[in-house]
Structure formats: structure tokens, C-alpha cells
Design a protein around this ligand. Structure first.
Ligand code: CDP
Ligand code: CDP
Length: 216
């Protein structure tokens, strides 16, 4: 058991997870970890090498060929792919959006990244956002939040960011895969952000966490 505490924030694409996690981290002085960036970095490298994302064997072989580093610098989750650090812009590219759910469905990929995610808890309190943080990465934390929003609202939010991102397609793959599917973790507080401004979502999540016993 770690002496440190984790807040787990999960939810579908464009539900507002990272915005909420970032605000909690800033306001409460913690590290924020964006686990999606890790799945995106593996996907980016798969595509850069011209590997077909559906060629599972080749993707698994790549895992041990590369030295994968993971750290948080200036509040940003940074992945090191050997000596290269893909930028957030590269990780958010449309091609990565289109392939990341295939890569994230591979159990060996998840095993590698979950191990790296857990290592962050040896350094201090943290808030981590993703799809399986409350169910798999930190199942014992009492501080679990599931942020959601209607599909229509989420599609509009992503489009407003100028991204080509079939969020419903990704959600389907993320929810239906065998390995750690997107689920509301047992005991998680569910917050629907469809009709709420970000400040209202943050306030609601803070209230819920404090009721669960979180102290600054
Ligand atoms: O920000 P957005 O919700 O669009 O996506 P993300 O958090 O960057 O995650 C990108 C993809 O990585 C997801 O669609 C999942 O396929 C995968 N992912 C995952 O499987 N497990 C996590 N803990 C985080 C992300
Ligand atoms: O991390 P995730 O993909 O779940 O979502 P995000 O990147 O935090 O939010 C997606 C977009 O929706 C961002 O541009 C947010 O500013 C916006 N958003 C919003 O307008 N209202 C909310 N209540 C939550 C997010």
C-alpha cells in the first residue's frame, strides 16, 4: 500500500475528464497524469513505423523493442519513445484518434502501461484520468469519479476543438473490448457534464470527493 492517495477520473471521450483532472490538480496542489497520452504514444510509434494497428503480434513485438519512459513535466504527461518525445499535438493527431482504441485493446499494451501508471503513486498524491483508473489501475482508492456527457455534446466539443475524432466509434471499442473495458467503477460518483459549465463540474466533483473523505 502506498502512503499516497489517488483520485481516479474515468469517462468516455470528450466528457471533460482532463479539464476536471487538471483543475483538481492545480487547486489542490497535486500531480495530474493523463493516461490516455500513454496509449496515444504507443499508437503514434506504431503508425510512425508503418505497422498496421491490427497486426497485434507486431505491436506486441514493438513493446519490448522500445524504451518507454513516462513522466510529468510542467503539468504535462510526457511519454518518451526511446529518445523521442512526441508532442501533445502529435499525440492528438487525427490518425492517432483513429487507431488508439485498437492498440488500447491489446492486453500486453495495457499491462505495460498500467505498471508505469502505478509507479506514479510512489511519488505523491495524484489525480489520474483515463478509462480504467478506478476499475484496474487503482481499484482500492475510495476516490473515484466517472465523468460523462451525452454523445451529441461530446461530438460537438471535439468538433469545436477542430479535431477529426469519431468519439462514438472510440467509445464503442473502449466499452466493448475484453481487456479493461470502460465501465463505471464500483463506488464511483457519476457526474453528467452535458448541461454544466466546466466550473460547475469542478465544483460538483470537489464536493463529492470531500464527502468521500478527501482532505486537502
Ligand atoms: O481525451 P480523450 O478522452 O479523447 O482520449 P484519451 O484519454 O487521450 O484516450 C485515448 C484512448 O486511449 C481511449 O479512447 C482509449 O482507447 C485509450 N485509453 C485506455 O484504454 N485506457 C486509459 N486508461 C486511457 C486511455
Ligand atoms: O479529457 P476528455 O477527452 O474527457 O475531455 P476534455 O479534453 O477535458 O474536454 C473536451 C472539451 O470539452 C474541452 O474543449 C473542454 O473545454 C470542453 N468542455 C466543456 O465545454 N464543458 C464541460 N463541462 C467540459 C468540457
Amino acid at each position: 500500500m502506498s502512503e499516497f492517495r489517488a483520485i481516479a477520473i474515468d469517462g468516455p471521450a470528450a466528457s471533460g475528464k482532463s479539464t476536471v483532472a487538471r483543475r483538481l490538480a492545480e487547486d489542490w496542489g497535486m500531480t495530474m497524469v493523463n493516461s490516455g497520452a500513454m496509449y496515444r504514444a504507443v499508437t503514434w510509434e506504431v503508425l510512425r513505423r508503418g505497422i498496421n494497428p491490427s497486426a497485434t503480434g507486431e505491436v506486441i513485438a514493438l513493446l519490448s523493442e522500445v524504451d518507454w519512459g513516462c513522466l510529468v513535466r510542467n503539468g504535462q504527461t510526457v511519454m518518451q519513445v526511446g529518445d523521442v518525445e512526441p508532442t501533445m499535438k502529435q499525440l492528438k493527431a487525427d490518425e492517432v484518434n483513429g487507431a488508439v482504441s485498437l492498440i488500447a485493446a491489446i492486453p500486453e499494451v495495457r499491462e505495460l502501461l498500467v505498471q508505469k501508471q502505478r509507479e506514479f503513486l510512489t511519488k505523491g498524491d495524484l489525480v489520474m484520468e483515463g478509462r480504467d483508473i478506478g476499475t484496474v489501475v487503482f481499484p482500492d482508492t475510495p476516490y473515484k469519479v466517472f465523468v460523462t456527457a451525452s454523445e451529441e455534446v461530446r461530438r460537438q466539443r471535439r468538433a469545436a476543438e477542430g479535431a477529426e475524432d469519431a468519439v462514438e466509434e472510440r467509445d464503442k471499442l473502449d466499452s466493448q473490448r475484453k481487456a479493461s473495458p470502460l465501465r463505471v467503477a464500483e463506488g464511483a460518483v457519476v457526474v453528467d457534464s452535458s448541461e454544466l459549465a466546466i466550473d460547475e463540474v469542478v465544483a460538483q466533483v470537489k464536493d463529492e470527493l470531500i464527502q468521500l473523505g478527501w482532505k486537502e
